[in-house]
Design a protein around this ligand. Structure first.
Ligand code: PGA
Length: 257
């Protein structure tokens, strides 16, 4: 890593692990990372399902590993069946909310407008945000990658101040065709989009912002490809799905060289 941005490795457990499995994983993980001095100076996060939040909170509240959530609503309370408000998350030691994940966009119809509301709700309640952006296979094949990434980024960050973006936003570039498929983007493909995101931040918000904001890569990150991604100055970390479900595999990813 040539940049001064703090590397961030975040596990996104999606709809996996009940309370007992969450307890076992985190308990083991915390014990193991104590023996890994190379994890110093890195940020590590885990995003369990909401039903495991209490268990995860009890283990992580005095630990360095950050508790994250997989989504958040924008309002404090009200008639929003099935949603969790940002103020409710304040009862737990939640640091980050993943917002705009492609599975939310694809299976639950989340639009850039809704995602922007969620981002604002999180920020208003002092939650940091991991905003996900990324193109489908067809969009890449038809040369639309940059257009889509631009819409996701500018839509998600609409009316958010430069100061807030700088302080509280992490971007995750996740090409949808690479998620859960075992088919990761090449280092070159990832770097090209990361650099483009930095250009967009400079152009649409403030010159220099692009060098301050952390941008993670996500999509089939594994122990055997993490080192290649993290050797790139423009890649500040990873959002890891499948490979974050196993302690050995997630430790090796967090312990990238
Ligand atoms: P994956 O998922 O690592 O299983 O591809 C990444 C993500 O969706 O965040």
């Amino acid at each position: 890593m040539t940049s001064k941005r703090i590397p961030f490795i975040c596990g996104n457990w999606k709809m996996n692990k009940n309370q007992e499995e969450t307890y076992t994983f985190i308990h083991d993980f915390l014990k193991r990372i104590k023996q890994s001095p190379s994890l110093e100076g890195r940020e590590i996060g885990l995003a369990p399902v909401f039903t495991s939040l209490f268990v995860a909170d009890s283990l992580l509240k005095h630990a360095k590993v950050k508790l994250c959530v997989q989504n958040v609503h924008w309002d404090d309370s009200g008639q929003f069946t099935g949603e969790i408000s940002p103020t409710m998350l304040k009862e737990f030691c939640v640091s980050y909310a993943i917002i705009g994940h492609s599975e939310r966009r694809k299976f639950f119809g989340e639009t850039n407008e809704k995602i922007n509301l969620r981002v604002k709700g999180a920020l208003k309640n002092n939650l940091k945000v991991i905003l996900c952006v990324g193109e489908t296979k067809e969009e890449r094949a038809t040369g639309k990658t940059k257009d889509v990434v631009k819409q996701h980024l500018l839509g998600g960050l609409k009316d958010i101040s430069v100061a807030k973006i700088n302080e509280s936003i992490v971007i995750a570039y996740e090409p949808i065709w690479a998620i859960g498929t075992g088919l990761n983007a090449t280092v070159e493909q990832a770097v090209e989009v990361h650099q483009y995101i930095r250009e967009l931040l400079d152009e649409h918000f403030e010159a220099g912002l692009g060098q301050k904001v952390r941008i993670l890569y996500g999509g089939s990150v594994k122990p055997d490809n993490i080192d290649g991604f993290m050797a790139q100055g423009d890649i500040d970390g990873a959002l890891v799905g499948g490979a974050s479900l196993d302690v050995d595999s997630f430790i090796r990813i967090a312990d990238f060289r």
